[in-house]
Design a protein around this ligand. Structure first.
Ligand code: GDP
Ligand code: MN
Length: 355
């Protein structure tokens, strides 16, 4: 426990910032955000600029399903030295696809709501999850970028990070980077795993020989989740933080997988999130060694944290959870990912001993 391992920090000259305004890796900070979330977006930007981006000046790309207001543009531009771009999502990337029935959506939403599924009857939330799953990387504004770092309004970054994380991704052959991993609400995805298995039976060749299949199909972590999700642990990377290589999403395996899921209808008739969809895909079709835990990036999206125990981090106080916060443990899926490699319990709790 303690400081991030030496191999996880890259403050060497190799990773030093480029000249102001230049981005040495084709990468962008990426935010899908509503005009009404301007204040929350500014807060996230201030944190990320302060801890990291002022050293690198990677451009920001903002996406919206309606045009950004002048106020939004003016204030976000003022929050960074880097270039900012404001992009409208084309209708065909956002609208409910033609093969989805609105009546069936309304009916399913009612049932899901009764089961306590959050945002079940909010159509735009379903659209957002679908866009984040399979659409964003097709936007023409991203065509010259390979990597992105997804940022949501109202998140926090706590730690000074001195190296270029995009360069780290590229030089170390990483496809996907995460900070937090959680169990999902199984009621939101009952047919996601069965549909995945159907897809895999048609395309067994897409499963990587060094996949993380065992992480996806672990039944012991939370047996009720596994049962309700029909054979999926529900473990996923929490995608409100995501640093990834879009070549993976743009590749054939993911394209075929996404199209299969999209046709199956679960983005609307259930409430599939982009988190389980991305996570299942990257865990199945990619070498698990290309998935990287950014242990050294202190992060919060309410109510979960990733807190390194390091002097480089300010205000990431719940790195050690109090007993009152212990309900958060059972949502955390990182121990399954590390599979005993790290003494996770010791890292995150005030008390010693078995969970
Ligand atoms: P939660 O984190 O699952 O509670 O969902 P959020 O409300 O934070 O939404 C996830 C991300 O998508 C955030 O960055 C939101 O700003 C964005 N978002 C969600 N719905 C919409 C929408 O209808 N339009 C736009 N432009 N952004 C949206
Ligand atoms: Mn959010």
């Amino acid at each position: 426990t303690g400081e991030p391992e030496g191999k996880l920090t890259y403050a060497s000259a190799d990773y030093a910032p480029g000249p102001a305004g230049t981005a040495r890796i084709p990468a962008t900070l990426l935010a899908l955000v509503r005009n009404e979330e301007l204040d929350g977006m500014l807060q996230s930007m201030h944190d990320l600029e302060r801890t990291w981006n002022h050293k690198f000046n990677y451009p920001w790309t903002f996406f919206n399903d309606v045009p950004f207001t002048e106020e939004f543009k003016r204030k976000t531009r003022a929050a960074t030295k880097a270039e900012c771009r404001y992009e409208l999502i084309p209708r065909e990337h956002w609208d409910m696809p033609s093969w989805i029935s609105k009546d069936l959506f309304d009916e399913s939403a009612k049932k899901l709501k009764e089961q306590g599924v959050q945002y079940a009857d909010m159509l735009s939330y379903h659209q957002m999850c679908r866009w984040n799953s399979g659409m964003f990387y097709r936007h023409p504004a991203l065509k010259d970028y390979q990597y992105y770092w997804r940022v949501e309004p109202k998140v926090h970054f706590f730690c000074d990070v001195d190296y270029d994380v995009f360069r780290y991704m590229r030089d170390n052959n990483k496809t996907y980077g995460f900070t937090i991993s959680l169990y999902d609400s199984p009621e939101s995805i009952p047919s996601l795993w069965p549909e995945t298995l159907k897809f895999l039976s048609e395309h067994p060749e897409y499963i990587h020989e060094n996949s993380a299949m065992e992480w996806l199909t672990d039944k012991d972590g939370r047996p009720e989740h596994y049962a309700k999700a029909n054979g999926y642990s529900t473990c996923h990377f929490w995608t409100n933080f995501e640093i990834a290589d879009m070549s993976f999403w743009r590749g054939k395996a993911y394209e075929d997988y996404f199209n299969h899921l999209d046709r199956a209808g679960g983005f609307f008739y259930e409430r599939w999130g982009d988190a389980p969809v991305h996570s299942i895909a990257v865990a199945l079709f990619e070498d698990k060694n290309r998935i990287h835990w950014f242990r050294d990036i202190g992060y919060q999206h309410i109510p979960f944290f990733n807190c390194p125990n390091s002097p480089k981090c300010k205000g990431c106080v719940t790195g050690r959870l109090t007993d009152g916060e212990s309900f958060l443990y059972k949502e955390d899926c990182r121990p399954n990912w590390f599979n005993g490699v790290l003494d996770w319990y010791d890292l995150h709790t005030t008390k010693k001993g078995p969970r």
